[in-house]
Design a protein around this ligand. Structure first.
Ligand code: SIN
Length: 287
């Protein structure tokens, strides 16, 4: 029996008394997976794991992605995507500005990610010792449920176009991102996904458009599509659907990429270092 402590927000729970550096038995793993489907974001504090253990634990949930931004993957670990402001030998060690906008991981692929496993190595602090660089999570199940019926009627059954290039270039500081390569472009053609997506494990309806990558609603005139997307983006990020995670070094957090969206808070700068590492689970085609 797991010791699960819900955050009290619309989503999120801490799972206590599990040491991820030890062998996790199958029954415990399934209980963790069940908690993820129920709480949408789960986290374990005070973990000490190696990159090999991070990858091995993640792979117990299924196949892992190798991010198309190979320049941001940990050397020797193509499954680990580095999110960090740290510069070593004049080069960023990972992506410096992931999560600038609300999004879910790999929403721009025809098969988006099922979930992500994020390990906090270094967390920035302000002058008073308070952690910075929080991550905000929004529940797309709660957001869908609270959507007014007339809006549900307009968008249910419709599809939205996602564009990797839109999110990749949007409002980025110059010099933080190299131009997309031909290989990256070829791997990320625009794709359409249902706006109301059914969660593949618990059947809950989820609002599956995001500010970062959704470009338009198929079949609507451009101005109507823009108006509706603006409404949906504002709706999903309403405070009542949000859990804001304040990181501690050693946190290991798993989010569900169908039931949630996330956004990073950029309130820190070097010499305060933020160094996080992410593995990304392969998902299933949305329906
Ligand atoms: C991400 O979008 O994967 C990064 C989120 C974060 O840095 O908090």
């Amino acid at each position: 029996m797991l010791d699960i402590r819900p955050t009290g927000a619309a989503l999120g729970a801490e799972i206590c008394s599990i040491d991820l550096s030890t062998e996790i038995d199958e029954a415990t793993l399934r209980a963790v997976e069940k908690a993820l489907h129920e709480h949408e974001v789960i986290y374990f504090r005070d973990q000490r794991i190696s990159p090999e253990q991070h990858v091995a634990f993640s792979a117990r949930f299924g196949a892992l992605e190798k991010h198309l931004r190979v320049d941001c993957c940990k050397p020797g670990f193509p499954e680990i995507f580095v999110v960090s402001n740290v510069i070593e030998n004049g080069k960023p060690i990972g992506t410096q500005d992931a999560g600038l906008f609300w999004h879910s991981d790999l929403a721009y692929m025809s098969v988006p990610s099922r979930g992500s496993l994020f390990y906090a190595h270094e967390v920035p602090h302000d002058a008073d010792g308070r952690p910075q660089g929080d991550t905000m999570f929004a529940s797309t199940t709660a957001a869908w449920q609270a959507l007014p019926d007339d809006i549900k009627r307009i968008v249910a059954g419709r599809r939205a176009v996602t564009s990797y290039a839109k999110g990749y270039y949007r409002d980025r500081k110059s010099g933080t991102r190299p131009p997309l390569t031909e290989t990256q472009k070829a791997r990320t053609p625009d794709v359409e996904h249902p706006i109301m997506r059914t969660h593949p494990y618990n059947g809950k309806p989820c609002l599956f458009v995001n500010e970062g990558y959704t470009a338009s609603i198929a079949g609507l005139a451009a101005d109507e599509s823009e108006r509706m997307l603006k409404l949906l983006f504002e709706h999903v990020s309403r405070p009542e659907f949000i859990y804001r995670h304040q990181w501690r070094a050693g946190d290991f957090l798993i989010w569900d990429n169908c039931a949630t969206q996330h956004r990073a808070v950029f309130d820190y700068a070097l010499p305060q270092r933020r160094r996080m590492e992410r593995t990304t689970l392969t998902g299933t085609a949305p329906f």
